[in-house]
Ligand binder design. Sequence first.
Ligand code: AMP
Ligand code: GLY
Length: 425
Amino acid sequence: MKVLIVGGGGREHAIAASMRKSSRLEKLYCVPGNAGIAQIAECEPSIGVMEFDKIAAYAKEKQVDLVFVAPDDPLVGGLADVLKEAGLRVFGPDKKAAILEGSKAFSKDLMKKYHIPTAAYETFDNPDAALAYLETAKMPIVLKADGLALGKGVLICNTLEEARAGVKEIMLDKHFGNAGNCMVVEEFMTGREVSVLAFVDGKTICPMTSAQDHKRAKDGDEGLNTGGMGNFSPSPFYTKEIDDFCRKHIYQATVDAMAAEGREFKGVIFFGLMLTEEGPKVLEYNARFGDPEAQVVLCRMKNDILDVVDACIDGTLDKIDLEFEDNAAVCVVLASDGYPVSYEKGFEITGLHNFDGKEDYYCFHAGSKFDAEGRVVTNGGRVLGITAKGATLHEARRKAYEATEWVDFSNKYMRHDIGKAIDEA
Ligand code: AMP
Ligand code: GLY
């Protein structure tokens, strides 16, 4: 098979690495890709993920058999629809299904209508009505911009003053652009967070092994929310009992609800879960692989990813027995100091060769490119996702942190407590 991956971060590098293991893969392309993906795929850095017509033309020119759309923006914007109209075979939900991630108001209403456990909420498209509601609401409270906001459109407010300022930020100052035209105000939940990603073919859902993200920028879960500073898989807190509950009341229920709404979902659903005292509840849905969830999950998957992708497209996922290795993986993100606010780019990355031939160690590139002299330089807030597998979570964590020392670049920044929660398990 000739395959084109759309995207250019650590997630796409992990997907590309997984496809490289398939005996069915003949040729791999990626737009725009990055310097790491370029080692295993032919990249076209001049094409951006929102340039739908250029992507379709490139896919046709290369005569690919499959286009795998990985990031949220193009999925929510309808890239899958455009590619399908051009006669291409596509992995990823179409626009009317990707709304599961694209609108928090939609996803909350869906959960309410189909009795899928989630936090209580109200939706507002008028700031005055939101402010009036907050006057008598219980604090802390959570404000969420309705649309896509790079994972940053969620404000946890401890006081009424903070909540008032939050409404201003989201709905009046439009800090997150049009994503803030509408806002969800949600009950604050406490508990452990777990991410579960699942392949979906419209009717059948196959959950993958669990993971736990670290969204805040600084050690001890301090600092701003980021795209994710590292994670581990599996989560020791995601027990068999919790899994049984989620399969019945959350995973299958979500797939059935989308089908009932005429929005059949095919692709990957990412369930952000909070394990509360009252049981698991949905924090959020994403319509795609997580980044860096893909890095710790796919390296442990035993199946040929192309078989699973085909089954999702063809509606034959019930024939697939999804299997994961009985081990663990940890990913530590090496970022540019200052991320997620402001940071410099263009610094040379050294030591990448240290990963050559090392089994169970992976250096996934998130933000890298070649400069004019052909050197690999930093090109983003998140730069590399240093990932290692081990027999246990402790071993995987030790190996991942060991490997963070193998590479270097100016302003290299990482959290030092990725996976600390496993000590409490
Ligand atoms: P989201 O993008 O919806 O996953 O939100 C980002 C982060 O905000 C989550 O990973 C949680 O840590 C936190 N969060 C979101 N909603 C809630 C909630 N209702 N209660 C407590 N924390 C929340
Ligand atoms: N790591 C969280 C996300 O991809 O949304």
